[in-house]
Design a protein around this ligand. Structure first.
Ligand SMILES: Cc1cc2nc3c(=O)[nH]c(=O)nc-3n(C[C@H](O)[C@H](O)[C@H](O)COP(=O)(O)OP(=O)(O)OC[C@H]3O[C@@H](n4cnc5c(N)ncnc54)[C@H](O)[C@@H]3O)c2cc1C
Length: 377
């Protein structure tokens, strides 16, 4: 048993966990953060960050304006048959690789005094006598507050009551694949190209590379003998834009980065007294490019409420209820809109029809896009 009692223990060092750690440490709180990987590392992600979190990231110390990162203010969308349109984005976003973003945030956290344990996987968590006991790397750590910021899927889910991983039909089971490539594409544009049972995003990130990342129903991969190259050839390259990119781009990894068994279930923002942050609380489908901003926005709200709890201005019960309500009021509508859009995308006939309609009524596209984005925080 480690004798320190930390103000806050954070499980998972993605954008949600790291930004919360930085804010709490900046306010003088003692924070321990567990991350199972070693920074810097690559992550499967489209790497487009909505502009709503630009100011917030700068406030927590991320020197975005001094970095050479592309600002993205237009979107091009194509249907499976290659019918396409381009629109300006009101809010837009910027491109930054997770390799750079997460590791820079980890450095900021360390400099603020966060105890950052890397290559340390949390394997157990217990709430007892108003304290959390967290097991990791054969030690037990104590904290007043525990945060689940471990992403979509983790062993931690299995040890938290009522969080048993539910069986998900293969229709709702996805695989995601990411490459960094060199390609000819305007730096201010994100492109989303549909293919049968999936879609692929491509946009510029730091370092002059482009992130090419796609999400597909796992059925596509199974139907192609679990051979990624074969699936790309047989399914993705039926879209003429994707055919061009897969034929002409220079691929920078030997092998793509992949994750499987992705689902987009609705979850709960508080479980067993643990406050859930980012994808652990509920994830948005990547199509709307907003999961990172949601995780960071939730970290700001969690920070404000945790401060009140640690200052003994609110009880634990109040903290949990207030956080749960705040999370729902901020994100429930976005998640719903996202579900509708996800339903439209990746279906051959439907996307061909929908894109043809959206082309004629561009203001509907603007409404859809605006409903998936929040405002600056
Ligand atoms: C294909 C795809 C494309 C996407 N594209 C975009 C995009 O372009 N823009 C966008 O905004 N969002 C995108 N998203 C969503 C975005 O990646 C997530 O919403 C975001 O990463 C959530 O951040 P997080 O901090 O909650 O979790 P994560 O970034 O997933 O971080 C969780 C961390 O917890 C660690 N961890 C897990 N279990 C343990 C454990 N037991 N002990 C210790 N550490 C643990 C993991 O190693 C990981 O580093 C995409 C998602 C997918 C699947």
């Amino acid at each position: 048993m480690n004798n320190n009692v930390y103000d806050c223990a954070i499980i998972g060092g993605g954008v949600g966990g790291l930004t919360l750690a930085i804010q709490l440490a900046g306010a003088g709180r003692t924070v321990i953060l567990f991350e199972k990987e070693q920074y810097p590392f690559h992550k499967v992600c489209g790497e487009y960050v909505s502009m709503e979190s630009y100011d917030f990231l700068e406030r927590v110390g991320m020197p975005l304006s001094a970095m050479d990162i592309p600002i993205i203010n237009e979107v091009k969308i194509s249907s499976v048959n290659g019918n396409s349109f381009t629109r300006k984005l009101d809010l837009g976003g910027f491109g930054i690789s997770r390799y750079t973003l997460d590791s820079t945030l980890a450095d900021i956290a360390k400099n603020k005094g966060v105890t950052l344990l890397q290559e340390t996987k949390v394997t157990g968590i217990l709430f007892e006598k108003n304290l959390f006991l967290i097991s990791a790397a054969q030690d037990i750590y104590q904290a007043k507050i525990a945060i689940g910021a471990y992403g979509k899927r983790s062993v931690v889910d299995k040890i938290i009551n009522q969080r048993r991983v539910k069986h998900v039909s293969s229709e709702k089971n996805y695989v995601a694949i990411k490459y960094h490539v060199k390609v000819e594409l305007p730096p201010n544009r994100i492109e989303l190209h549909n293919f049968d049972n999936g879609y692929c995003g491509i946009s510029k990130v730091d370092g002059g590379n482009y992130c090419l990342c796609y999400l597909t129903k796992s059925k596509n991969l199974r139907d192609n003998n679990n051979d990624i190259k074969k699936m790309e050839q047989n399914v993705l390259m039926k879209n003429p834009f994707l055919k061009k990119y897969f034929t002409e781009a220079v691929f920078l990894y030997e092998q793509p980065l992949t994750i499987s068994q992705i689902t987009f279930n609705k979850r709960s923002a508080v479980e067993d007294h643990i406050l859930m942050l980012g994808d652990s609380a509920g994830s948005i489908v990547p199509l709307c490019g907003n999961g990172m901003s949601m995780a960071m926005h939730a970290s700001l709200k969690a920070f404000q409420l945790i401060e009140q709890y640690l200052d003994e201005n609110i009880s634990r019960q109040n903290l949990e209820v207030l956080y749960h309500n705040k999370w729902n009021s901020l994100f429930s509508k976005r998640i719903k809109t996202n579900e509708y859009i996800q339903y439209l995308f990746g279906r051959k006939l439907l996307t061909n029809t929908v894109i043809a309609i959206l082309k004629r009524v561009p203001f509907v596209t603007d409404i859809l896009i605006n409903n998936t984005h929040g405002s600056k925080f």
